[in-house]
Design a protein around this ligand. Structure first.
Ligand SMILES: [Zn+2]
Length: 133
């Protein structure tokens, strides 16, 4: 069953893996922590600080890959980001469209696309903290 969870989330994990060579070549690090590949370093830090959709986040989950600004950010956001990993495993290829729809729905209800997003609320509830993205 573990294999199925990885296969179901694989399309997004593959997208996350595209970051690996760029993170490594720019002086960052990659390591596996409890079945999830965690990347951090200058490139993820720049990306998380400046790219519009994730601006200001400490970390972001893409399938079974988590990009964090640095080691501390990965540690602080780990429980929150692991809830997102479980969401990718549950929703598979439908996760990102579902996340975007939930964000739009939250925005229409004036709750904030991020704060009011069902998936972020679940991540906050289950992890007990705000997390990265
Ligand atoms: Zn989140």
């Amino acid at each position: 069953m573990v294999l199925l969870r990885y296969l179901w989330a694989l399309p997004y994990t593959l997208m996350g893996l595209l970051f690996v060579p760029f993170v490594i070549l720019s002086g960052g690090r990659a390591r596996v922590f409890r079945g999830v590949l965690e990347l951090d370093g200058p490139l993820p830090a720049f990306w998380l600080r400046h790219v519009v959709l994730v601006r200001g986040a400490a970390a972001i989950t893409i399938g079974h890959v988590v990009l964090g600004r640095d080691d501390r950010a990965l540690a602080v956001t780990r429980s929150h980001e692991r809830v997102h990993v479980r969401q990718y495993e549950r929703w598979g290829p439908a996760f990102v469209p579902a996340y975007l729809i939930a964000g739009l729905w939250a925005m229409l209800r004036r709750k904030g696309a991020y704060r009011g997003n069902y998936f972020e609320q679940e991540a906050r509830r289950r992890s007990g903290r705000g997390g990265g993205a």
